[in-house]
Design a protein around this ligand. Sequence first.
Ligand SMILES: C[S@@+](CC[C@H](N)C(=O)[O-])C[C@H]1O[C@@H](n2cnc3c(N)ncnc32)[C@H](O)[C@@H]1O
Length: 377
Amino acid sequence: MTDAPALRARLVDVLRDDGGLTRDDLALAFATVPREVFLAEGFHDSDAGLLRPGDEDFLAGAYRNDALVTKLDNGRPVSSSSQPSLMALMIEELGVTAGMRVLEIGAGTGYNAALMSAVGADVTSVDVQPDVAARAAAALAAAGVTGARVRVGDGYLGEPAGAPYDRVMVTVGVTGVSPHWLAQLVPGGLMVAPVTHAGNNPVLRVWSQPADGRAAPGWPARADIWADGVCGAGFMAAAGPLGARYPWAHPAPVRGPAEIVPTLRLPARWRTALNGLRYHDLWFAIGAWDRRTTGAQFDGGTGCVLLDETRTGGAAIRADGAIVAAGPHAEDYATDAGILIDRWVDEGMPAIQQWRAAMVLAGDPEAPIYVPRDWSL
Ligand SMILES: C[S@@+](CC[C@H](N)C(=O)[O-])C[C@H]1O[C@@H](n2cnc3c(N)ncnc32)[C@H](O)[C@@H]1O
């Protein structure tokens, strides 16, 4: 299939089947916004290298339900078009509808801004990289989008000129939520953001105080804002204060992947392994209960690990519930991992959506961010 409208129609079917796309107006946006226009300088395909417009597999690749990397820096992805199913889910969870003013952090290719504009929102999108922002602005113009604009800057500061916003959409991995976004948001406005948690960037919904100042039922005590979980996800990390390490992280996030080579193996617990979504539910819960939890490599893949200070020891949990461990305290770590899995099972195997946390200011006092504190079910 080489015809763009047919590829778009097929993508809509895929997104509906996936479950994240339910709204007809958003389906129409996916069916009409030309993703390939936002990939005019090509994208990096793991098998085929850089695919450019005109290359045989370019158009089919542009409509895959995949994140497409559009810029590398020393081999590291620094800009992309996010996975369409994730964009659909985030737009729906954020409740972006016609007439809303939306601040997007991380313009990337501009495609997501174009989708939100196509459902009738007025979008201001910020990207920290001037060349990326220029490309996104050119793509929006080429696609005839008039309801979205791109600004260059550190998204930490938001974009005061376009405030107030009804919604904030964050499409880059952050360790917390900027107080500037809160200041630029209408009272009771909503944000979605992939916020660092246990070595991942699950998408959270972040709620601000409603206009009447009265907290909704169940609002955590003494919280200006609070968050609940939406779904597991991985995102590239934001530059600047949004990517700050927060003070109580253990192990401290460091560059480069950690890897454990197991010396101890405990058997599987489940005959059928958890699927990707459920594995992320388990990972999220273990991260909420134990601050040693992060993502690390083991057995040829990446997954949920209780990591020790050496970053080569600890215990990893596989999707079938098997525990593999390494290092001088392998047995202790394996025992702790087993207790955490039992706890998740005893709690009824809660999903990410069942968690909520008050958000508190933390990090650099010169550029603080709101981070989730004390997750509870
Ligand atoms: C995953 S891409 C965004 C995807 C985009 N929304 C799309 O649909 O094409 C993340 C973007 O965030 C940008 N970024 C990273 N740190 C940032 C920051 N502090 N402020 C604004 N943008 C940032 C990167 O330059 C990158 O282009």
